[in-house]
Ligand binder design. Structure first.
Ligand code: AMP
Ligand code: ZN
Length: 459
């Protein structure tokens, strides 16, 4: 599995991370299903231009000038920051993370094959790929060559570089200007640097072979980047490039794509500074299907934060249930119910990562357990916790650390359980009496969330 990785000229924003979270979740679901996964995610540290797919400056070079750093320093700084965020967000580290600048030789090898087969031509700014020579160019967009060309023109997605034959033609190699000294390579095609699309073709095929299973990235990559990856890879090898393309929809802000060029971006660290954990943000991402657009608001993030905290405290409460003296009440129907919910959860995850429906099953599990009220035994609790931990293998929301024995003494937990059972029986006066007792004698307050009681220390 290959994922288009970050272009390391700036901090990755939470929109970018939607793409990486989706790829990670797909990997986790495959691993859970017993597949072996080799995941490659590249680091684009040269060649991705500002503005559009064919004209403008290299993004890294622009930042280097702006920040008075070398291009290598810029790339290293933002790569390190990206790796920190990946860890904080509980995204599994891809097995291989190749950097474009380390693979220029592979790109040149690929360019040489395309050259020999007659797909390339020169203009003053670089070496271009003639897309009219590809039989089913535009296949990924379900468009013909002509339709894709006119789609890109009317949508003004691509300005034409001077001298190119078709709007869809793209550079595999760009000539550098004399003032560009860094990240330029002297080659038989001229002095310059690679085009962005050739990077992903060269690196994916180097590590996964000429034909591999899954390629992921955001929907913005469909008409140009991925269409061109297919064109040049298949033209070079004569083989089918990728079996399955997985594209995530955008994270929006006020109806517009979250993007660095608009400036409407938040990074994971921005959210952390505002008091939101990585989990809260991740829960928000998971609450929408990856193929639907998701509008980012702080209201929605607050809801995710509260829901997730409710789940965490539910797990803490279960983990603190200690009634070894009580006969296990675990009855067959409860076990069967949990098993049914578990199976449905994974059915939904396996069905094109239907996270909203899977999450609904997770909440069904919590309410099933809550219905047992005070009768819940340690065995019941353990079964529910184990099931939630299995869900978290694919959700990656960091459940494990919340299943440790609660910090609250048993005495408090027993009172909380008792109050819960009064509430279930709608004996609210008794429930309130216990709540007051908890406040006065134990210095804690109980708040009722949709996932059960949440305990707060007072003062
Ligand atoms: P970039 O660093 O711009 O190459 O983007 C890295 C990944 O993030 C790509 O797969 C993009 O398609 C994806 N991406 C960029 N912006 C968004 C967004 N607002 N929502 C979801 N994915 C995005
Ligand atoms: Zn790519």
């Amino acid at each position: 599995m290959y994922s288009c990785g970050p272009t390391v000229y700036n901090f990755q924003h939470i929109g970018n991370f939607r793409a990486f979270i989706v790829a990670d979740m797909l990997k986790r679901v495959l691993l859970h299903g017993g597949y072996k996964v080799k995941h490659v995610m590249n680091i684009t540290d040269v060649g991705h231009l500002v503005g559009d797919a064919n004209l403008g400056e290299d993004k890294i070079r622009v930042t280097a000038q702006h920040e008075h750093k070398t291009a290598h320093e810029v790339a290293k700084f933002y790569t390190d920051d990206f790796l920190e965020d990946i860890k904080a967000l509980g995204i599994m580290m891809p097995e291989i993370m190749p950097k474009a600048t380390d693979h220029v030789r592979e790109m040149l090898d690929l360019i040489a094959i395309l050259d020999k087969k007659g797909f390339l031509y020169n203009v003053s700014t670089g070496v271009y790929f003639d897309t009219s020579k590809v039989k089913d160019y535009g296949r990924l967009m379900n468009l013909s060559f002509e339709k894709l060309n006119s789609f890109l023109i009317t949508g003004a997605r691509v300005e034409r570089a001077q001298g190119i034959k078709n709007t869809t033609d793209f550079a595999v190699w760009r000539f550098s200007r004399p003032d560009q000294m860094e990240m330029v390579w002297e080659t038989k095609y001229g002095k310059g640097f690679p085009g962005w699309h050739i990077e992903c073709s060269a690196m994916s095929m180097k590590y996964l072979g000429q034909h591999f299973d899954i390629h992921t990235g955001g929907v913005d990559h469909l008409p140009i980047h991925h269409t061109n990856e297919i064109a040049q890879s298949e033209s070079a090898t004569g083989k089918k490039f990728v079996n399955y393309w997985v594209h995530n929809e955008f994270l929006l802000v006020d109806g517009k794509k979250m993007s660095k060029s608009i400036g409407n971006v938040y990074t994971p660290k921005d959210l952390q500074k505002k008091g939101y954990s990585a989990g809260a943000y991740k829960y928000l991402m998971v609450s929408a299907h990856y193929r639907t657009q998701l509008n980012f608001t702080f209201q929605a993030l607050d809801n995710s934060k509260n829901t997730l905290e409710g789940v965490y405290s539910f797990m803490k409460r279960l983990a603190s249930i200690q009634y070894p003296e009580k006969e296990s009440k675990m009855n067959k129907s409860f076990i069967a119910n949990v098993a049914k919910i578990r199976d449905k959860f994974f059915e939904h995850m396996n069905d094109d990562l239907d996270t909203p429906l899977a999450l609904a099953q997770m909440h069904a599990l919590i309410s099933t357990a809550n219905k047992l009220g005070k009768d819940i035994t340690k065995d019941d609790a353990n079964l529910v916790i184990e099931t939630l931990l299995e869900f978290d293998k694919v959700l990656g929301l960091g459940f494990e650390e919340h299943t440790k024995h609660s910090n609250h003494p048993d005495e408090i937990m027993k009172l909380v359980e008792e109050r819960e059972s009064y509430r279930k029986k709608r004996m609210f006066a008794d429930a309130d009496r216990i709540r007051d007792l908890l406040k006065e004698e134990h210095g804690v307050d109980v708040e009722d969330s949709q996932n059960g009681p949440v305990i707060h220390k007072l003062g």
